[in-house]
Design a protein around this ligand. Structure first.
Ligand code: PLP
Length: 371
């Protein structure tokens, strides 16, 4: 499958051999216990917390795209926390992004480990990774959209004896392949672009090491944080269109970023796909495409509220990667960013409609006094 393009791989990777009279994508298998049969356990599955063929089909598909062995989870946080619990022992040092998804830092504060917070842009020196068991990167970071060099940091971290995990949520498995760049682990919230329809939470971990994969599967089975077969099937269904969805989202992001850069009322537009963006040089080296998430800053929180109220197409929502264009004022959740910073997720609307709507909403939001 690796010789095919992204669109072909999204549709076909992990698909079972076609069987006449059977659907293209087998339906969700809903089972708590499975029939054991009369004798020895001859089947793969015996109990739904330990194994499910709908999980395995999606694990084969996502693992194929990531280039690793995949384990699926019911959310991004279930994936990340299982990873951290599996790898870290009391007293271990973990390097985490100071500017990444905030809940990871909150979770670590409650574990008996030493979390060393480092901004995504570094500095990445031997001292920063010294003595660490795990270096967790998030690139592009959420919400700052800063980027770090996975290959360089993996070399640095491996020399210090640390494992490297990358939160690949913003990029997706077809936007960036951390395992190919030298990371040991790629972990993601598939709630975003992979599932893509704003109707299901999901997550996964892909790894290169079979022993670690076995440990993660065992941890999932014991911990009981298992994805529902129906949700798993929905994610698999969504994965088939990831390539075309991301292409439209990136096209819309590029069109919006272009007009926002020229807009006098908007500051600090950030999108790794933009040639003058501070992240661009590293991003083009390691990313395979840019998604639809970008940020910009309006003068105040009230301007953001008014912007969303004035738009006919943009909804306020705290996720990204879905069909609909959405805007999230990140400071409302406590991220250390300007009050007026908007994380915008470009949806699948027509570019010209979206640009027209966003410009009109900005004009109205920025005109006159704000209540
Ligand atoms: N990682 C990143 C970068 C995220 O943006 C999120 C969610 O917003 C998560 C992890 C957590 O994922 P979930 O909400 O699916 O638990």
């Amino acid at each position: 499958m690796t010789e095919w393009g992204d669109g072909t791989r999204c549709v076909h990777t992990g698909s079972a051999e076609p069987v006449a009279g059977q659907p293209f994508l087998a339906g969700p298998v809903l089972a708590a216990p499975y029939h054991l049969g009369p004798g020895h356990l001859g089947a793969d599955d015996f109990y739904g917390r330990a194994g499910n063929p709908t999980w395995r089909a999606l694990e084969s598909a996502i693992g194929g795209l990531d280039g690793g062995l995949c384990t699926v989870f019911p959310s991004g946080m279930a994936a990340i926390t299982t990873l951290l619990r599996t790898l870290l022992s009391p007293g271990d040092v973990i390097v985490v992004p100071a500017d990444g998804y905030y809940l990871v830092r909150t979770f670590l504060a409650e574990l008996d480990v030493r979390a060393r917070e480092v901004p995504t842009v570094g500095p990445w020196t031997p001292e920063v990774v010294a003595g660490a068991r795990l270096v967790l990167l998030e690139t592009p970071s959420n919400p700052g959209l800063d980027v770090c060099d996975i290959k360089e940091i993996a070399e640095l971290a491996h020399a210090a004896g640390a494992l490297v995990a990358v939160d690949n949520t913003t990029a997706t498995p077809i936007g960036q392949r951390p395992l190919e760049l030298g990371a040991d682990i790629s972990v993601a919230s598939d709630t975003k672009a992979v599932a893509g329809h704003s109707d299901v939470l999901f997550g996964h971990i892909s790894v290169t090491d079979e022993a670690l994969w076995t440990q993660l599967q065992r941890q999932r089975s014991m911990g009981g944080a298992i994805p529902g077969p129906f949700e798993t099937w929905m994610v698999h269904r969504g994965l088939g269109t990831l390539d075309v969805r991301l292409a439209r989202q990136a096209e819309n992001a590029a069109a919006l970023v272009e007009v926002l850069h020229r807009h006098g009322g908007v500051a600090d537009v950030r999108w790794p796909g933009w040639p003058t963006d501070p992240s661009h040089a590293v991003a083009v080296r390691q990313m395979r495409r840019f998604g639809g998430v970008f940020t910009f800053v309006l003068p105040s929180a009230e301007h953001v509220t008014k912007f969303v109220a004035e738009s006919r197409l943009v909804a306020a929502a705290t996720s990204f990667g879905g069909l609909h264009s959405t805007a999230d004022r990140r400071a409302r959740w406590g991220d250390p960013v300007p009050e007026g910073l908007v994380r915008f997720s470009a949806g699948l609307e027509d570019s010209h409609d979206l640009v027209r709507d966003v410009l009109a909403a900005l004009d109205r939001a920025l005109a006159g006094p704000v209540q």
